[in-house]
Each structure stands twice: as structure tokens, then as C-alpha cells.
Ligand binder design. Structure first.
Ligand code: FAD
Length: 471
């Protein structure tokens, strides 16, 4: 069976890049087909952002029950059921996936499940369906995402013991002990989830620090918190090989300080970064170019998200600009606006980054080390979480809010938050940076009491010579 249809826009990949672009275009009258070979919502909804945060919450509840006495509560015989935790996660994912389907239906976006192929700059073919569908289209948006880096250090026999983040989210049983290779965002989020669920966790990181893109004060705060949570961290360590032992365990060989070292565990999580996935599309045949970007090799795009072929756009992780869901969505909006003839450019200055460790971390704009490297004339305003009254009621003491501000203009240039609700609080500072607000404007804004947001107000006061009021 063969079908041919005409469309204004065909989108390949239904992650937060692709499906948001589809909604935006359809809301503006375009006839849109969205093609996905796997599951609606992409990596983010099915094996990334959402499922991991469902697990974070389960781990947090279990942890709080263990510490019930601190709140004057009693909880006895506390335990958890991993299968139930996974079941809850699956329900959340299914509900959100259904939600996306309803939104697409409401906007008359045609959704086709199947693998898309690029035939020419106006033709997309969908295979892996009962019929072969050819779409003749004015414009194409590519949004095929990313995939985990695989280190070629795993012995064949040990393969079943080595998981990527997707496989970990589908485990039937929790391991007692795990080695996580990679101390980046994904590695650390899993380290905290698993450690809080009583798994013995060791993180092996090649660089000198975990989460090395952060400022040193954030790194030391989160490192201390990790150690306190029972997470072992081995930095400056290069994983060399993974073999299976006679006891069916994974033996990880790594080199640290010029020495060969070994550690064994039930499972290994490979969290050594992700790379752009071009979805099996033959980019070169269509003259689509690639380029090295922040997150490795990505498809080459300009600020309008246009590839080197003018009616083909590319967004999300495959551009290797950032590896963030909300950035993928915004790139999708920018691409659609340009397709609709509105002039839009992608701006990367104020994209918040949220890390769901315990405490949470969130950053936006310039870091202190970037401000130093650029030799800017800047000031730092910092306020410790331990001096925030809401934090005390939550029994949280660790962390701070830090603002980086320009001396001459008084503009907020960057912000880092580590502490309770950091990932939500960063929105205020994202708004400030995106709208070029001054420190004075934060100071003049009344923040409700008692809230975590007061720490932002206090950090703004700390930029001034007079200093913060409560510390
Ligand atoms: P994806 O979400 O990867 O979607 C691409 C889709 O394209 C896939 O569904 C794929 O099946 C489909 N596809 C590929 N090729 C074809 C083809 N030829 N035909 C049809 N379909 C195709 N980001 C955050 O912002 N916050 C977080 O908390 C967060 N947590 C994460 C946790 C983990 C464990 C992981 C792995 C990632 C996390 N991320 C997080 C990153 C986030 O998931 C990605 O940045 C985001 O999914 C990128 O969106 P995208 O639309 O570019 O691609």
C-alpha cells in the first residue's frame, strides 16, 4: 500500500523539540505531519526528564520517612517496592504521553508512527508502517534527538551488567551496588536517586571534579552532599575495562593517579555523556552539513534553526547546542516562526539548567568562572540557605544563592542556586537576565515570607556594600 500526501510541514522526531514545533505550527494554521519511530514525547518524556524526576520524588519520600523523627513524626518498618516505584513512573509517563496525543489531535496534527527517511528536500518517506507513506512538503523540521555515548571498554560477557539510563529505568530489580561511569548531570541525578534508595553507589569521573561546568563553590557543596548521602566519588579516574567476574559481578578497571585500580558491583551505569543522533537520515545526500558544537558534533544550523538547505530546519539535541528539553522546544518555536515568515532568532543567553540532585542545583546566564575568564568588571552577591527561615522549616541547611552582576550597568548577568526548590527558583533570575533587569529591580521587588525565594532577594542585597539583611 502506498499513500502520498501534501503538507506544509513534516517533522521528524516527536520529542520536546518536534512535538512542540508541531503544536506551534498547527496553531498557526499549518498542515503538519509529525513522524516518530518510537514513543511520543521522545527521550525526555519516556526515558529522560520525566521518569527520572518521578524516581527522584519516590527516593525523596522514602528518605523523608527515614528521617520522620526530625519532624516529630513516627514511621516504622519503612521500606519501598522498586516495582511499585517503576509502576508509578510508568503511569506518569503514560498519562503525559496521552496528554500530548490529545493536544496533537485537538490541533489536527497528523501523527504517524514509523521511521522517517529523507528522499529530497521536499519529500519525506515513512517506513515501518503497514503502508508506505510519502509526504510532499514545503518545509521539514528534523528533531531526531541524541543517544548515549558508549565507551568501548565493555567485555562481551559483561554487556548484560552494563546499563545506559534507559535500561536502568526499566530494571526489574535494584542492584545492591552500582558503579556509575560519568559524574555529569545524568550520572549525579541517578547517584542521588539510587543512594537514597539504599544502593551503594560509586561515581567514577574522568575529570578533576564532578559536574565540572559549575563554579567551584557549587561543586564543593554538591560533592559534600553526595559524600554525606553515602555516594563514593573517584575523580581523575579513567575507566579502562569492564569484565564479568565468576560471581556474575561487573569488575571495573580504572586508572587514577597513574595507578590501576579495580572496583566491582552488581551493575554499571554508563553515563558518559550523549551525542547527537541523526536518526539514520542520510544528511550528506541532501547537502546537510554537520559542525562541532558545545555538546559535540551536531547538525549545522544558523540562528533561525535553518540547516544548510533552506527549507530544512533542525532543532533539539541533534544540533548539539545544549542537551535540554526546554531549549529543544524553544528552538522548535524559533524554527516554526521562521517557517511562518516571522523573523526569529534563537538566543542561548538565558537558558536555565536544572539538576535534580539533593540539594537541587539550577544555574542561568554567566557563571562566576566565566565572568572571570572574560575579565568582566563584576560583583558577586551570595546568601546562604542556612539563614533562610523557610529552609529551616524544611530541615534543609545546605546551599546558597549566588548572583553575578555587572558593576557598571547593575545588570544581573548570571545566577546559581543550590538548595531547596532551586530548580523552580531559577525562573525569577531567568526572567531577570532575559529582560536585562538590574539588581536594584530585584531589591525593590517584595518577596513573600517565609519562602525560599527570599534568598534571591537577600543575594541581591548582598551585591551592595550594605550587604544582606539576614546574614
Ligand atoms: P528527543 O527527546 O531525543 O526525541 C527525538 C525523537 O526522534 C525520539 O523519540 C526518536 O525516536 C525520534 N527519531 C529519531 N530518528 C527518527 C526517524 N528517522 N524517524 C522517526 N523518528 C525518529 N533535559 C532537561 O531539560 N531536563 C531534565 O531533567 C532532563 N533529564 C534527563 C534525564 C535523562 C536520563 C536523559 C537521558 C536526558 C535528560 N534530559 C533532560 C535531556 C532531554 O531528554 C533532551 O534534551 C531532550 O529530550 C531533547 O529533545 P529532542 O526533541 O531534541 O530529542
Amino acid at each position: 500500500n502506498k499513500t502520498e500526501k501534501k503538507r506544509d510541514l513534516a517533522i521528524i522526531g516527536a520529542g520536546p523539540g518536534g512535538y512542540v514545533a508541531a503544536l506551534k505550527a498547527a496553531k498557526n494554521g499549518a498542515q503538519v505531519t509529525l513522524i516518530e519511530k518510537n514513543s511520543l514525547g521522545g527521550t525526555c518524556l519516556n526515558w529522560g526528564c520525566v521518569p527520572t524526576k518521578a524516581l527522584v520524588r519516590s527516593a525523596e519520600v522514602y528518605d523523608e520517612l527515614k528521617n520522620a523523627a526530625e519532624f516529630g513524626c513516627k514511621a516504622e518498618n519503612i521500606s519501598f517496592d522498586w516495582k511499585e516505584i517503576i509502576g508509578r513512573k510508568d503511569k506518569i509517563v503514560a498519562q503525559l504521553s496521552q496528554g500530548i496525543k490529545s493536544l496533537l489531535d485537538k490541533e489536527n496534527v497528523e501523527f504517524i508512527k514509523g521511521k522517517a527517511e529523507l528522499i529530497d528536500q521536499n519529500t519525506v518517506k515513512v517506513v515501518q508502517t503497514a503502508e508506505e507513506i510519502t509526504i510532499k512538503t514545503e518545509n521539514i523540521i528534523l528533531a531526531t534527538g541524541s543517544k548515549p555515548n558508549k565507551l568501548a571498554i565493555v567485555d562481551k560477557k559483561a554487556e548484560s551488567l552494563v546499563l545506559d539510563s534507559k535500561a536502568l529505568l526499566e530494571l526489574n530489580e535494584l542492584p545492591e551496588e552500582i558503579v556509575i561511569i560519568g559524574g555529569g548531570v545524568i550520572g549525579l541525578e541517578f547517584a542521588f536517586i539510587l543512594a537514597r534508595l539504599d544502593v551503594k553507589v560509586t561515581v567514577i569521573e574522568y575529570l578533576a571534579e564532578i559536574l565540572n561546568f559549575l563554579d567551584p563553590d557549587l561543586i564543593s557543596e554538591i560533592t559534600e552532599a553526595a559524600l554525606e548521602a553515602g555516594i563514593k566519588i573517584q575523580t581523575k579516574a579513567e575507566a579502562k575495562s569492564i569484565k564479568k567476574t565468576l560471581a556474575n559481578r561487573a569488575l571495573v578497571e580504572f586508572e587514577a593517579e597513574g595507578e590501576k585500580k579495580y572496583i566491582s558491583a552488581d551493575k554499571v551505569l554508563m553515563a558518559a555523556g550523549r551525542k547527537a543522533d541523526f536518526g539514520g537520515l542520510d544528511l550528506a545526500a541532501l547537502g546537510l552539513k554537520t559542525e562541532k558544537s558545545k555538546a559535540g558534533l551536531g547538525i549545522k544550523v544558523n540562528q533561525k534553526m535553518q540547516t544548510t538547505v533552506n527549507n530544512i530546519y533542525a532543532i533539539g539535541d541533534m544540533t548539539a547546542k545544549t542537551q535540554l528539553a526546554h531549549a529543544a522546544s524553544e528552538q522548535g518555536i524559533v524554527a516554526v516562526k521562521n517557517i511562518l515568515g516571522q523573523k526569529a532568532k534563537m538566543d542561548y543567553q538565558a537558558i536555565p539548567k536544572a539538576i535534580f540532585t539533593e540539594p537541587e542545583i539550577a544555574v542561568v546566564g554567566l557563571s562566576e568562572k566565566e565572568a572571570k575568564a572574560q575579565a568582566l568588571d563584576f560583583k558577586v552577591g551570595k546568601f546562604p540557605i542556612k539563614a533562610n527561615s523557610k529552609a529551616l522549616t524544611l530541615a534543609k541547611k545546605r546551599g546558597f544563592v549566588k548572583l553575578i552582576t555587572a558593576v557598571e550597568s547593575d545588570l544581573v548577568l548570571g545566577a546559581s542556586i543550590i538548595g531547596p526548590h532551586a530548580t523552580d527558583l531559577i525562573a525569577e533570575l531567568t526572567l531577570a537576565i532575559n529582560n536585562k533587569l538590574k539588581v536594584e529591580e530585584i531589591i525593590e521587588t517584595i518577596h513573600a515570607h517565609p519562602t525560599s525565594a527570599e534568598s534571591i532577594h537577600e543575594a541581591a542585597l548582598a551585591v551592595r556594600d550594605e550587604g544582606s539583611l539576614h546574614f
